[in-house]
Write a protein that binds this ligand. Structure first.
Ligand code: SF4
Ligand code: SF4
Length: 361
């Protein structure tokens, strides 16, 4: 296992980290085995919260950690709202530690965070006071955050100096946080890259992606993981794994991976931008065109379409389209024209939907 610095915390984090949000809900024995095998294979970071898997995430993680959490980086996580106080947040930290069966958490993360919640976090008598106190008492080691906001806003959040790490999605098909990641590197804030294989999408073959690295023997997944880890400002790739086979495959990729050079990484970045540019007017998923009066889930149709057209993930796209409810598919479009004037990107929605139907219908 390769270990990398986690910002300026002084911690070394495993290149592959375990997101416990996908542990198998109905199979505690398998969940314990997965955690056990992670530890046995050198994975040292486990991201947990009480709020995943219908409240079962930390219960499922705890047995595998039992008696072995020393030296591991285990994180808990809770959000902040207008009514969160230092007392309520501290109760939450204590509760999560109790469920996990630990008396120390290397990280506690402010979850589901965004710039507009900064005031809620930092107000007098608010959650940040609880976090600072827990840290000074030696109950937690570091403070991180995770969430969904714009790259610009998350850059502002890390520039406050409050956080030691941020956890954000970053992969071949989701690169919008690249400027935030670069700034995190400059500031010494650790970056935990979520969804390195885009929630499984990049487990599907794509000749277009596989050809990005000469040599022939590359799978889409291995290029995806290598791409994430080739960014020197990324500390680790955190993957939610729910089978031993998935864990084994990811371990094999990370352990056998010859690092990708920074030059190759940047070249791939540029090529992917060019792929998107070649497609002309591309849907960015803003949803301004919704709701369609005839039920078409327009952004979802174009998400599938873009993965196929831009990234060559045709097999995945075909299989994904087959799972979509027929009433929301491209074929339900009657060309009423209501949506197109609402699109800020000028996507020719009706024509593109016709193409989606032709490709996958
Ligand atoms: S043109 Fe098609 S997708 Fe757009 S609003 Fe009308 S039916 Fe819906
Ligand atoms: S408004 Fe345009 S860019 Fe936004 S979701 Fe609809 S089609 Fe996509």
């Amino acid at each position: 296992m390769q270990y990398r610095p986690l910002g300026k915390t002084g911690l070394k984090i495993s290149a592959l980290a375990m997101g416990c949000m996908r542990l198998p809900a109905d199979d505690p024995e398998l969940a314990a085995q997965i955690v056990d095998q992670c530890i046995a294979n050198g994975v040292n970071y486990f991201e947990t919260t009480r709020f995943y898997i219908d409240g079962k995430c930390q219960h499922l993680t705890a047995p595998g950690l039992k008696g072995r959490s020393k030296g591991l980086i285990v994180s808990g996580k809770a959000g902040v709202g207008p009514d969160t106080t230092a007392d309520s947040y501290r109760e939450e930290i204590d509760l999560q530690m109790k469920i996990l069966g630990v008396d120390y958490l290397e990280f506690f993360q402010v979850g589901w965070f965004s710039l507009d919640k900064l005031e809620m976090l930092t107000k007098k008598g608010g959650a940040l006071e609880a976090l600072d106190k827990a840290r000074s008492e030696g109950i937690i080691g570091h403070i991180g955050f995770t969430g969904h906001d714009t790259a610009e806003n998350f850059t502002k959040v890390i520039e406050t100096g409050i956080f030691d790490s941020l956890t954000i999605p970053y992969n071949l098909v989701e690169r919008r946080f690249a400027p935030t990641i670069k700034r995190a590197g400059e500031l010494g804030v650790g970056v935990i890259a979520m969804c390195p294989v885009a929630g499984g999408v990049l487990a599907s073959p794509s000749p277009r992606i596989q050809e990005l690295i000469p040599g022939g023997a590359n799978t889409t997944t291995s290029i995806a993981l290598r791409f994430v880890l080739a960014n020197p400002d990324v500390s680790c790739a955190c993957s939610g794994m729910n089978t031993l086979q998935q864990l084994e495959q990811n371990l094999e990729t990370v352990n056998s991976f010859q690092g990708m050079t920074r030059e190759d990484h940047d070249r791939i970045d540029r090529v992917l931008d060019d792929f998107a540019a070649m497609e002309g007017k591309v849907c960015t998923g803003c949803r301004y065109c919704m709701d369609c009066p005839h039920g078409v889930d327009i952004p979802n149709m174009f998400r599938i379409y873009n993965f196929a057209k831009i990234y060559g993930l045709h097999e995945w796209a075909k299989a994904e389209y087959a799972t979509v409810d027929e009433s929301t598919r491209a074929s339900a479009c009657v060309r009423c024209g209501e949506c197109e004037p609402k699109c800020p990107n000028g996507v020719p929605i009706m024509d593109q939907l016709e193409e989606v139907d032709r490709m996958f219908g």
